[in-house]
Design a protein around this ligand. Structure first.
Ligand code: PGA
Length: 250
């Protein structure tokens, strides 16, 4: 069964106090009867308190990254075991900012995916083309390669721990959104690509989120497309009213 998911990627925003304030407002305003699975991803230092804060709610907490190794001399890094030990079972991997700014390659992302799965974590696997790829009509190839090189090493049994997040780089933080038709066209292609590699059951079951300037005024139309199962939200996740409006857009 596909889940409807709205995940907020807070990126490098909100200190400890601001995190608590945002979570309190979220708890207060979140409709309790929503069938949407809601996830928030604060920064590493605030994960533990976020888990505590949300323990009696249905809102789940994700990390924005994880290191591929178990432990050791990796100054500044965080392991899957550390995340699990504070109650975090979801991790966002392959985000375009990690790829572009921190030079994460498909191979590195693949090894992070493997490590997260070994720890029974759920992976929100992000991928998407740059503007130049779309302009040169190479976007389907790019997306297929990112899936093949970063994700398709996993075993079929691990797909119930995977959420896909298609995020065209040209739409992230730019205010420019892919049109609902462009999103549907790509999501259909992604599902077909999964189908070819792993079969229909897995392809039909996997949730595919769209990310890139999702806002209250465009969420409804994007989410109404048959292959769109939710959104990965950046900027609008930092404003509770906008984030809730996106959740309720389903
Ligand atoms: P945005 O970010 O909603 O601010 O475009 C999306 C993301 O980076 O996941």
């Amino acid at each position: 069964m596909r889940n409807k998911i709205v995940a907020g990627n807070w990126k490098m925003n909100k200190n400890s106090e601001q995190t608590e304030d945002l979570l309190n407002e979220l708890i207060e305003k979140m409709p309790i009867d929503t069938e949407v699975k809601v996830i928030v991803a604060p920064t590493f230092v605030n994960l533990s308190s976020a888990v505590d804060h949300l323990q009696f709610t249905s809102i789940e907490v994700a990390a924005q990254n994880v290191h591929q190794s178990e432990s050791g001399a990796f100054t500044g890094e965080i392991s899957a075991d550390m995340l699990k030990s504070v109650g975090v079972g979801i991790v966002i991997l392959g985000h375009s900012e990690r790829r572009a700014i921190f030079h994460e390659t498909d191979a590195l992302i693949a090894s992070k995916v493997n490590t997260a799965l070994e720890h029974d974590m759920t992976v929100i696997f992000c991928f998407g083309e740059e503007l130049k790829d779309r302009q040169s009509k190479n976007h389907f190839n790019i997306v297929e390669n990112q899936l093949r090189d970063g994700l398709f090493q996993i075993a079929a049994k691990d797909w119930n721990h995977i959420v896909l997040a298609y995020e065209p780089v040209w739409a992230i933080g730019t205010g420019e959104t892919a049109s609902p038709e462009q999103v549907q066209e790509m999501h259909e292609f992604i599902r077909e690509t999964v189908r070819k590699a792993y079969g229909s059951d897995i392809a039909e079951d996997v949730s595919i989120l769209y990310g890139g300037s999702v806002k209250p005024d465009n969420a409804k139309e994007i989410f109404s497309k048959p292959d769109v199962d939710g959104g990965l939200i950046g900027g609008a996740a930092l404003k509770v009213d906008d984030f809730i409006a996106i959740v309720t857009a389903f």
